[in-house]
Design a protein around this ligand. Structure first.
Ligand code: 4HQ
Length: 257
């Protein structure tokens, strides 16, 4: 997958996506990233990329033309059609279902705004989709772009090793579950007994079917407790309902018990 980043600080996104799983994906040639700075496409001695908002008010707005030229240069650098995403709090909230769809694309252009954002006409003309990573205000779209790159890259074929993808696959997509994801179950490692508590017996026993059941029970229970918005309980399978009932009957099903 090819990702082009339009930003006044393209190295910022590049650095954020340079380590760990995503860095390795790039080393393996499974993901390439290219930065484009609208400043390089700005006119005049001052190379202006922003100006004051019509109608008054604080802050600055990014100019149409430098952004449009940077996007055009990015498009022309590769013949594959690019899906253009503008990262902003006005966008649809990103979730794992959308991440999965974006991960199937051959290329994306990520537009990162600074200041008060970009001129609306640029969005209308060039942007296919506006996405938000959450309901809070950041000072630029670079961190949201890095978040999107990370979430998408790890779903590309060959990026995760077998050991890494096991966690990914443990909770199957399900119509009852928003975006097809559950919260994770609790994890434990050595030592099995500790002053802060003991590892749940079931995990020490080596009965893999029972361990899988326990983990799903924990995942379902914790999701319903912490993020009831993610699961429509009425649409759960009979098996999942039973697990959820077991979790709620606790404390035997709870961690540390
Ligand atoms: N910003 N999710 C304002 C965000 C943001 C978010 C990016 C700050 C765009 C102009 N982007 N700029 N939250 O807060 O995506």
């Amino acid at each position: 997958m090819r990702i082009d980043v339009i930003s006044l600080f393209p190295e910022f996104v590049d650095a954020c996506a340079g380590f760990g799983v995503v860095g390795r994906a790039r080393e393996r040639g499974l993901l390439s990233m290219h930065g484009w700075n609208p400043r390089d496409y700005a006119e005049g001695n001052y190379r202006r990329v922003d100006d004051r908002p019509f109608g008054g008010g604080p802050g600055m707005v990014m100019l149409v033309d430098p952004l449009r030229a940077a996007i055009a240069a990015a498009r022309e650098a590769d013949p594959q059609p690019a899906h253009v995403v503008y990262l902003s709090p006005q966008g649809r909230l990103l979730d794992q279902a959308r991440v999965r769809e974006l991960a199937a694309l051959p290329r994306m252009i990520l537009l990162c705004g600074r200041y008060e954002g970009v001129d609306e006409r640029l969005i209308t003309a060039e942007v296919d989709e506006e996405l938000s990573i959450g309901d809070y205000v950041l000072s630029g779209g670079e961190l949201p772009a890095a978040v999107l790159v990370d979430a998408v890259a790890r779903l590309r074929e060959g990026v995760l090793n077998d050991a890494e993808s096991a966690t990914q696959d443990s909770f199957e997509a399900d119509a009852a579950i928003e975006g097809g994801v559950l919260l994770d179950c609790p994890h434990y490692t050595r030592p099995p007994r500790h002053a802060l508590g003991d590892v749940p017996e079931v995990l020490l026993g080596g009965n893999h079917a029972e361990i899988a059941r326990w983990r799903r029970m924990q995942a379902l229970g914790r999701t319903l407790e912490r993020r009831p918005d993610l699961v429509d309980e009425t649409r759960l399978s009979p098996a999942d309902r039973k697990l959820l009932a077991g979790y709620r009957a606790g404390p035997a099903g709870k961690p540390g018990a």
